[in-house]
Design a protein around this ligand. Structure first.
Ligand code: SF4
Length: 460
């Protein structure tokens, strides 16, 4: 083929034929093994056929491949070609569609023989896919059942299915459980998590469960709380994520407060570091804060670090609360005007707000509570419409778990919680980085545990 020879001197092109059904990292690794200047990626045209059982259209698959290849430095073209069959004319037909190429790369033995017979140079390529297409499709279908309620497409589910399968497999092999806070994304909550909940509820599960390893999908202080309650277990957090409340106060600040107000007990919201907990008398959650405050005999109490929650509690107790100026950057953003607007537009809507919101908001709603309080309210209330003044993960949970309930108004995203991705969980299971492993100073851990145990005792 003189023409092909001439072209190959100018520009080497390779035709890669892979099923890409569905797209897997193994395909991308395979493409990186090809040294030619340009790779023509052939995708079977059965994707055009609506009656086939192929779940993705060619355009959807093309987009998925392009997204994955974007930063790979591979020079490529993606072309739809007819499905593989054993007729020799198929090879000519492929060439008509793709144009000239120098070498064919494939892992498929039928394709290999067909091109060889026609005199092409054919190279075997290693496509490292340990999970079969059937397994991946089944997993995507499982994911889609849950995630479609929050507007995720089937092709999105296909693209994450290899990762969720691998995570779930490793988790079983390693005797690990995955805990996900209700502010996590739905792929984590419904794709890989064993338990969903709020910070303290999940830490209790971590302590009571027999698993050796805990992957805590949430912000750093929650991983620490799990470690304090179950020090013998390996606790990992997928990404290093702070929290505006936890970051607002240090152990040194607590020592200074105690010096300034000697003898006044310190009640600390769980959204704090282990060091801050260690300097406190008792911890609390948004569900039990009022009960804890009322159960302490003193008339004055230092409540840290959430100022807005402090204002909300102050309205509900006769005790004098000394407050810190920490805020949750997610809940402080909500404005009472949004509540008034929904009340005017949809008067039958039940409006629920988190304790971390401003008191102008919490004064105007039907329920003020923790994330669990809100979910329980939606579950038990016959009303159809709800406005949830909190992080969007809760809205996603309501849409997924209570499809007959309708959400009105908008939520806010927590940039810390949303830092965690499925890939981070995979790294934590496969080869955890140092910053993913929760390690606490023994003394800090023991002192912090006293304040958490005290909370349990007082909230009974
Ligand atoms: S929602 Fe607020 S309190 Fe919760 S992690 Fe984000 S910043 Fe912290």
């Amino acid at each position: 083929m003189p023409c092909r020879y001439f072209l190959s001197i100018i520009f080497m092109k390779a035709l890669f034929i892979g099923r890409f059904q569905p797209l897997h990292k193994g395909h991308l690794d395979a493409l990186k093994q090809i040294s030619e200047n340009e790779i023509i990626i052939g995708i079977g045209s059965s994707q055009y056929n609506e009656t086939s059982n192929n779940p993705c259209s060619f355009e959807e698959r093309k987009k998925m491949i392009e997204n994955k290849l974007d930063s790979s430095n591979i020079n490529y073209r993606i072309i739809a070609i007819p499905d593989i069959n054993d007729e020799e004319k198929w090879v000519d037909h492929v060439k008509d569609i793709t144009g000239e190429f120098d070498t064919v790369y494939t892992g498929n033995s039928v394709v290999k023989d067909l091109f060889k017979k026609k005199g092409y140079s054919v190279k075997d390529i290693e496509i490292n896919i340990k999970i079969s297409g059937t397994e991946i499709r089944k997993e995507a279908e499982r994911l889609f059942k849950m995630l479609e309620k929050t507007k995720r497409t089937f092709s999105y589910c296909l693209s994450i299915a290899p990762t969720t399968l691998e995570i779930n497999k490793l988790k079983r092999e390693q005797d690990a459980i995955i805990l996900a806070h209700s502010y996590q994304t739905t792929d984590i909550m419904y794709g890989v998590a064993d338990f969903l909940g709020d910070s303290y509820g999940l830490s209790k599960i971590a302590a009571e469960h027999s698993a050796k390893k805990i992957i805590f999908c949430s912000v750093h202080f929650m991983g620490e709380t799990a470690k304090i309650l179950s020090p013998e277990k390996e606790v990992l957090i997928p990404a290093v994520a702070g929290c505006s409340l936890a970051d607002s106060i240090t152990a040194e600040d607590v020592k200074n407060l105690k010096e300034k107000y000697p003898g006044i007990p310190v009640v600390t919201y769980v959204n704090t570091s282990a060091e801050v907990k260690a300097e406190s008398d008792v911890c609390c959650t948004s569900s039990n804060a009022l009960k804890i405050i009322e159960s302490i005999p003193n008339e004055e109490i230092i409540f840290i670090p959430d100022m807005l929650m402090g204002h909300n509690l102050q309205k509900r107790t006769k005790k004098k609360l000394i407050l810190w100026d920490g805020v949750c950057i997610v809940h402080e953003r909500f404005d009472k005007r949004a509540v008034d607007k929904i009340r005017a537009q949809f008067p039958e809507t039940k409006i629920l707000a988190h304790y971390e919101c401003t008191s102008s908001v919490t004064d105007a709603v039907d329920l003020v509570g923790s994330t669990s309080d809100m979910l329980n309210y939606v579950k038990d209330n016959p009303a159809e419409h709800y406005m949830l003044i909190t992080e969007c993960g809760i809205t996603d949970r309501v849409q997924t778990e209570f499809p007959n309930k309708n959400i009105v108004g908008s939520c806010q995203l927590c940039p810390y919680m949303k830092k965690i991705k499925l890939e981070d969980i995979l790294v934590a299971l496969k080869n955890p980085r140092k910053d993913q492993v929760i390690n606490l100073d023994k003394e800090v851990l023991q002192k912090a545990k006293i304040s958490l145990d005290k909370m349990m005792e007082l909230s009974k």
